[in-house]
Design a protein around this ligand. Sequence first.
Ligand code: KG4
Ligand code: ZN
Length: 354
Amino acid sequence: MRVLSIETSCDETAISILDCSGDTSGARFTVLGNALFSQAHLHAEYGGVFPTLAKREHKKNLPLLYVEATKAAGNPHVDLIVVTQGPGLEPALWEGIEFAKKVGAELGIPVVGADHMEGHIVSGLVTQIDEKTYMLAEPTFPILSLLISGGHTELLLMREWFRYEVVGRTRDDAVGEAFDKVARMLGLAYPGGPKIEAYAAQAAERGALHDIVFPRPMANDGTCDFSFSGLKTAVLYRLRDFPEMHEETKEHIAQAFQDAVRDILVLKTRRALEETGAETLAVGGGVSASRYIRAGLEKLVSDEFPNVRLAYPTGGLHLDNAIMIGMAGYLRHVRGTTIKTELAANGNQSLTDL
Ligand code: KG4
Ligand code: ZN
């Protein structure tokens, strides 16, 4: 079955065409075409994603990416269109949905909605086996999913496919948002996560000594919930001690901040694994691109939960893309659990309501 998928929930416009076979007990996805345009550089001067600009860019780029993806795939017959309907920026989501409906009508094929966060979950569960192919092996349930992106920070439990229970979530900022805001305080452009990671790595490489330590908010509150706004404020206050910000200071702040974030993610994940007895830990979302955070989670699992399988995105599926949307839509389709709600943008869509 051939699936055309469209992702426009934030600042990436992406279209992919996948050849899909199998079901949730073993699936194979071959990427026939994949076109992606990241608007990140256009939003850099605003310090975050500017919704009207994102919408305009999606509208402009969708037809171009569609041509690019279908051409790369050799204009194949397509059976199903999957489009992200939420969560995300509503004006941006609508561009994708309207484009999907138009193409669906032209080709005379069905259009179904997908959930962006479910895409991130699936992107952790599949494994890239060669440049164009991803495989899904039946995972062992229950699956605990740690979702860490620019808009979300949550721990969800899946006891069976596509049924979710919330184990913990952020009470304020998302972790990626905290990375972006702290980067901005340090004068580093959006998206901030990769820059913080690079600055922290420089500090580590130089073995620089400093006494900056940030708090680990809600570390011992007995829940699996997160809070990042206090951490962000702590960085802001600490910066007042440095009237002039040298590169070295930025490196030290980045390192101390990243350490705090890693510790919070590790200790809340530890608690969630203990509470749920999950057998698979599936990580997804843009922050999973951090090698530093990945190393922290790998250490947690290998030292304390050797029987848990850590499932991490491979093959460039960490950041937003359309491949993960096509895979999630296909898996729901083969299980007969396609999202039934009317195809409309829902900025606050929650997996627990689907
Ligand atoms: O999933 P994603 O691509 O978009 C959303 O759905 O939000 O995640 C983007 C987020 C941004 O906040 C970005 O700063 C963060 O992921 N990010 C990182 C790294 N790479 C991207 N955060 C920390 N370290 C990284 N290496
Ligand atoms: Zn995302």
